[in-house]
Design a protein around this ligand. Structure first.
Ligand code: HEC
Length: 255
């Protein structure tokens, strides 16, 4: 039989008393004295297995008590998940990412074409005299009508003749001189015959802007019909003059 230290025996005895298995005087509580006597070759008390079990139970109780010494919130702080190191750069770059994300999801700016640029130039430089729709004198303006094919009657082609008129105006042509098609229905138009003068735009507008506003009044206001190929040739001409290179500046400083 294993030697069991006295203090363990004593502790075991105390526990058995506490559990009601043993009376305070040392006699077995629930069990009959016969059984206790028959059970053991030792008379000195409980078997070593009992003692070890009791010691284990004791140890367990002590552990629980120790843990409970710490307040709940200390335990919570110890055991909660901490923010990992890699989260720092992530949080740092989050605003940058958000900015880039928003930028990328924005629709790209509309590309400038000869027509959109011409429309902007027209609104800024011409509409005051010729009207937004090109009605001109028929709509209360001082300029000639540019809608309903009128421009196409005066200038059958988008050629140097038309671009020159836009660049120099009535005085550049010379008051009293005809301009445009001489065989125009109703007779050739004569500079100054309306009683008002058309200013020249050669100084205010670049060549490609004069070209694009010419396209706008022909194709949009006067409804000129063009083949795909003719449009391609005009787009190429506009680009050759420098069109489409500066973004968003349409209108010659009009806005
Ligand atoms: C200050 C007023 C005024 C402005 C601004 C003006 N025009 Fe005119 N435009 C006129 C007048 C007036 C005439 C007629 C000229 C004449 O009788 O000598 C005219 C004539 C024309 C004609 C000839 C039409 C025809 O059938 O005879 C064209 C094309 C034209 N303008 C285009 C433009 C364009 C393009 C712009 C802008 C870039 C513009 N005009 C800006 C007053 C103006």
């Amino acid at each position: 039989m294993t030697e069991v230290p006295d203090y363990l025996l004593e502790r075991s005895r105390q526990r058995r008393i506490a559990l009601g298995l043993l009376e305070d005087d040392g006699s077995a509580g629930g069990a009959t004295p016969e059984a206790a006597a028959a059970g053991g070759d030792s008379v000195s008390g409980p078997s070593s297995a009992d003692v070890i079990a009791a010691a284990k139970a004791d140890a367990k109780l002590e552990q629980v008590t120790e843990t409970q010494l710490e307040p709940e919130w200390v335990i919570a702080a110890r055991t909660r998940t901490k923010i990992p190191m890699w989260a720092l750069p992530v949080m740092f770059f989050l605003p940058l990412w958000a900015f880039v994300y928003v930028k990328l999801t924005e629709p790209p700016p509309e590309p400038v074409t000869a027509i959109t640029e011409g429309a902007a130039t027209y609104a800024a430089q011409c509409a005051s005299c010729h009207g937004g729709d090109g009605a001109g004198s028929e709509g209360g303006g001082v300029g000639r009508p540019l809608y309903n094919g009128e421009v196409l009657l005066t200038f059958p082609k988008l050629d140097d003749d038309m671009l020159y008129w836009l660049a120099v105006g009535s005085e550049g042509i010379g008051i009293g001189n005809p301009y445009g098609a001489t065989d125009r229905p109703g007779g050739a138009h004569i500079s100054g015959e309306t009683g008002a003068n058309m200013p020249g735009f050669g100084g205010a507008l670049t060549e490609y802007k004069i070209y694009s506003v010419a396209r706008y009044i022909r194709e949009m206001l006067s409804g000129e019909q063009l083949s795909e190929q003719e449009i391609e040739i005009r787009d190429a001409e506009w680009e050759a003059l420098g069109g489409g290179k500066d973004l968003g500046g349409g209108g010659g400083g009009g806005h």
